[in-house]
Design a binder for this molecule. Structure first.
Ligand code: NAD
Ligand code: UFG
Length: 341
């Protein structure tokens, strides 16, 4: 029988791509999502790609009785991937309690349920935001954690600590903390992708919406940074590559006999790209121009950060593979589909 995995936030951006990869690897997926930042049609997209419709529970992970009911009605869940969280950095500054309540209560409830229902492992979506502005690049997992610059970032740091403390207390579970760099792109089938609500805050959805004529022009937030072309540098990771790492992490937790109870991995390409380089990549890959101008710096932005992914490469046997131009083409195909072009 296929092992059952609970994917919280599974109709969201990264959760939907990970559901596809889990199904392709033979896992049976149960999704819980409250649809606060995604919609139910995502299930159609998943089914179109894999031919399998995941079990879906519309529910809120901050309600532990909803989770207990889910575990009772779907017996045999062996692992959890916890994507369910609120993730808008700016909004978290305005509404900190919403972020602490949603992100932390969700995690605490899941951890509490794990021993009750015999769930062995949990993969947690963390972020390179825990490193703050790095002293050196590329940055590896041993780098110091810097004070968080937003309540959202703080929920990731606190979540890592909660999981660590719980496992150190002797809880009979394992966990893998995955620190994502900048996930971008969409499934090459264009059946699923990122669906930002309102005006996108992140670079790639703003860029593709500008290319599609939905936004007038893209503003590059600053060209006076201490980088070769003056714009900020990030490690952009294709969402399908990222999704595949979750499958490997899950297999390691469930099947690995001698692995540590808690492990941390950076998920990035190991290559930094500037904002201007990314715009160039999009234009090169798609032949579509992106109207853009240079604007002031965005408050709180990190100047440059990219991953040292050696640990994930060597220990997980995972490497980011999709060339960034392909990622840009996929992002564009998805954008065209969403706006009916
Ligand atoms: P997303 O918003 O697309 O997906 C999250 C999903 O969780 C949404 O479908 C939302 O409806 C659901 N959700 C939120 N709170 C819930 C709750 N209490 N109960 C049930 N469902 C709930 O976000 P994403 O980009 O797919 O991110 C997934 C995870 O990865 C998040 O934890 C995020 O913080 C983390 N992460 C994302 C990025 C990024 O750039 N996208 C970077 C680093 C880390
Ligand atoms: N940028 C622009 N113009 C825009 C939007 C972004 O120039 O319209 C620039 C930003 O200044 C930054 C880069 O593009 O230099 C990337 O910005 P994003 O907002 O796409 O991503 P961030 O690196 O700021 O943050 C993202 C998520 C965080 C997460 C972090 C690390 O928003 O939640 O990646 O995973 F913590």
């Amino acid at each position: 029988m296929n092992e059952k995995i609970l994917v919280t936030g599974g109709t969201g951006y990264i959760g939907s791509h990970t559901t596809v990869e889990l199904q392709k690897a033979g896992y049976e997926v149960v999704i819980i999502d409250n649809l606060s930042n995604s919609n139910i049609e995502v299930l159609d997209g998943i089914e179109k790609i894999t031919g399998i419709r995941p079990v879906f529970v519309k529910g809120d992970c901050t309600d532990i009785e909803t989770l207990r009911k889910l575990f009772r009605e779907n017996p045999g869940i062996k692992g959890i991937i916890n994507f369910a969280a609120s993730k808008a950095v700016g909004e978290s500054v305005q509404k900190p309690l919403l972020y602490y309540r949603n992100n932390l209560n969700t995690l605490i409830n899941l951890l509490e349920c794990m021993p009750e229902y015999g769930v062995k492992g949990i993969v947690f979506s963390s972020s390179c935001t825990v490193y703050g502005e790095p002293d050196v690049n590329p940055i590896d997992e041993t780098a110091p954690i810097k004070p968080a610059t937003s309540p959202y970032g703080n929920t990731k740091q606190i979540s890592e600590e909660i999981i660590t403390d719980y496992i150190r207390s002797g809880a009979p579970i394992k966990s893998i903390l995955l620190r994502y760099f900048n996930p971008i792109g969409a499934h090459p089938s264009a059946c699923i992708g990122e669906l930002p609500l309102g005006v996108p805050q992140n670079l790639v959805p703003y860029l593709t919406q500008t290319a599609a004529g939905i936004r007038k022009e893209l503003t590059v937030f600053g060209d006076d940074y201490n980088t070769p072309d003056g714009s900020c540098i990030r490690d952009y990771i294709d969402v399908v590559d990222l999704a595949k790492a979750h499958v490997i992490a899950m297999r390691r937790m469930l099947d690995g006999e001698d692995t540590d109870s808690i492990e941390i991995f950076n998920l990035g390409t190991g290559r930094g790209l500037s904002v201007l380089e990314l715009i160039n990549s999009f234009e090169r890959a798609t032949g579509v121009k992106v109207p853009h101008k240079i604007g002031p710096r965005r408050e709180g932005d990190i100047e440059q950060i990219w991953a040292d992914p050696k640990k994930a490469n060597e220990v997980l046997g995972w490497t980011a593979e999709v060339p960034v131009d392909d990622t840009m083409r996929n992002a564009w195909a998805w954008q065209c589909k969403v706006c009916g072009k």
